[in-house]
Design a protein around this ligand. Structure first.
Ligand code: HEC
Ligand code: HEC
Length: 184
């Protein structure tokens, strides 16, 4: 008799389940809440007209070189943010004012972080350029951006890991570039 009771129980459960499914199919859930296109996305503005849209560029730092505060690197060997005002230093054409303070021989006097050895080497051939900047590094602005104050639309919760505490404020890319690479 125990067996019969179990069968009944099974049938009952199956029946309830299928009834439930039928019911939910017959009664599609009605959503009353609607969203306009302006409500969607992060801009909260119309997507069809850009004429009044102001891009959020933030406020770049106004501190002079020598008086600015360097930020911690975002992650190991990331290009550091330019810590100071760069008004009057751009565009970088024949003259590169940045080099006037950041080349190792100048940095001794300016107190600037000297460009790292990776910038004084041709990374394709590995040749050290005897204190000369490699051409691929001439346009500093291609990789380095200035410190900026703005309210991000989405908070960045990324936290860089540093194997060496010094890496928070200095780079050592050239020393570790071949890490794990075996050469014959
Ligand atoms: C008058 C000298 C001077 C000039 C010109 C100059 N810098 Fe600097 N820079 C400094 C000093 C000094 C610091 C260190 C922070 C401080 O003391 O203000 C610095 C910091 C930096 C940093 C941060 C380094 C770190 O370790 O975090 C970067 C990147 C940088 N400068 C890039 C540039 C670029 C790119 C230009 C050209 C557009 C430039 N600098 C022009 C003096 C200068
Ligand atoms: C092609 C990209 C690129 C260009 C162009 C470039 N940099 Fe860098 N820079 C980096 C990266 C990546 C790092 C960190 C890793 C490393 O050391 O190479 C760095 C590091 C630095 C540092 C930190 C050095 C240290 O020891 O912590 C300074 C200062 C710097 N760059 C200045 C400059 C200046 C000034 C120019 C232009 C003359 C320039 N960079 C051009 C990518 C670039």
């Amino acid at each position: 008799m125990e067996r019969n009771r179990r069968t009944w129980l099974l049938l009952l459960t199956a029946g309830t389940l299928s009834l439930g499914i039928l019911f939910s199919c017959a009664q599609p859930q009605t959503r009353t809440e609607t969203f306009s296109e302006e409500d969607l996305g992060l801009r909260h503005e119309t997507l069809y007209d850009e004429s009044t849209t102001v891009p959020a560029h933030g406020e770049t730092t106004k501190k002079e070189p020598g008086e600015s505060v360097r930020f911690e690197r975002s992650f190991e060997n990331s290009p550091p943010l330019i810590a100071h005002d760069i008004t009057g230093m751009l565009p970088i054409e024949e003259d590169n004012i940045c080099m006037g303070c950041h080349m190792p021989e100048e940095a001794v006097f300016s107190g600037a972080t000297p460009v790292p050895t990776s910038h004084l080497v041709n990374l394709d051939t590995g040749a050290y350029l005897r204190g000369k900047l490699d051409g691929s590094r001439f346009n500093c602005m291609q990789c380095h951006v200035i410190q900026n104050i703005l309210t991000p639309a989405v908070e960045n919760i990324f936290k860089g890991e540093f194997r060496d505490e010094q890496g928070r404020y200095r780079s050592n890319l050239l020393n570790i570039l071949n890490e794990g690479v075996e050469t014959e």
